[in-house]
Design a protein around this ligand. Structure first.
Ligand SMILES: [Zn+2]
Length: 67
């Protein structure tokens, strides 16, 4: 998989979403080795849907690598 931003190589990583409403939320995402772009199902869904005024951008949510 290539990065949509810089075409760099991407690797799969396990991410931890600290602000998920249900508590800790671990998910698999792709991260670009060049620019650090993170591509995950939440970002994909948000980019496909119209923007919501009441939702913070998932790109601004704190995340940690867990694996
Ligand atoms: Zn990139």
């Amino acid at each position: 998989m290539d990065c949509a931003r810089c075409r760099g190589p991407m690797v799969r990583e396990r991410m931890l979403d600290l602000l998920d409403d249900s508590g800790r939320f671990v998910f698999d995402a792709w991260r670009c080795l060049n620019c650090g772009e993170v591509w995950d199902p939440v970002i994909r869904a948000n980019r496909a849907a119209p923007p919501r005024a009441d939702a913070a951008s998932p790109r601004n949510r704190p995340r940690l690598r867990v694996g």
